[in-house]
Design a protein around this ligand. Structure first.
Ligand SMILES: C[S@@+](CC[C@H](N)C(=O)[O-])C[C@H]1O[C@@H](n2cnc3c(N)ncnc32)[C@H](O)[C@@H]1O
Length: 201
């Protein structure tokens, strides 16, 4: 059977190359940060965010233990503040929503009020031929609501700005699913310059 994590990575690898800039908006234990760091290599840059200090400790240990290139900036702040840290465009971004696996703190989970502005901020920074991946965990109430609100938002985006795909196992309703947002020839900044907005008018 197809492994969803392998599938997620294949979408990222379509767009992300050595030397690129990218972001892991939900660092957690650093699995995605490590994958991004190794993909962009020493000339690239990875920005990684988490509100929990233990996520930074766990991620740093993983990156150092796995010999990742020193191309990462670990940020102990909410992804909704991404504008304070990321200046230019990104070729790939990942949101793996939910709570820190293995921490036992299921109350510290991503929340719509910060997830939505963070996802919109990430979209604004997407370069041409870039990708944003948003994985949703509908098995808990906030995760389910987060997924529904994101889908309602994505449905309003012009298909000329972004292609938005949903990958879901339809006979397993509580299993994680993900959205893949891809730009074409224009970066989102260029699209907004030409059209004023990314949303359908
Ligand atoms: C499902 S985990 C991420 C798993 C991670 N990608 C990995 O490879 O281990 C979600 C993470 O999002 C973090 N988080 C929750 N709210 C956040 C926010 N506003 N900004 C950044 N991170 C947040 C949680 O602390 C948690 O570590």
């Amino acid at each position: 059977m197809t492994d969803l994590l392998t599938l997620q990575k294949s979408f990222i690898l379509e767009h992300l190359k050595e030397g690129d800039t990218c972001a892991d908006f939900t660092m957690g234990n650093g699995h995605d940060t490590l994958f991004l760091s190794k993909t962009v290599g020493a000339r690239g840059r990875v920005y990684a965010f988490d509100i929990q200090p233990e996520a930074l400790v766990s991620t740093r240990t993983r990156l150092e233990g796995e010999g990742a290139p020193e191309n990462y900036t670990l940020i102990n702040d909410s992804h909704s503040n991404l504008g304070l840290y990321i200046d230019g465009k990104i070729k790939a971004g990942m949101f793996n929503l939910g709570y820190l696996p293995g921490s036992g703190k299921k109350t510290v989970t991503t929340m719509r009020e910060t997830t939505i502005p963070a996802v919109l901020g990430a979209i604004e920074r997407l370069d041409s031929h870039s990708v944003l991946l948003v994985a949703v965990y509908p098995g808990h109430a906030e995760g389910d609501a987060e997924g529904r609100e994101l889908e309602a938002l994505f449905e309003r985006i012009s298909r000329f700005a972004l292609s938005v795909m949903k990958v879901k196992i339809i006979n397993s309703p509580t299993s994680p699913y993900f959205f893949v947002l891809e730009t074409g020839k224009k970066s989102i900044e260029e699209f907004i310059e030409a059209n004023g907005t990314i949303f359908e008018k």
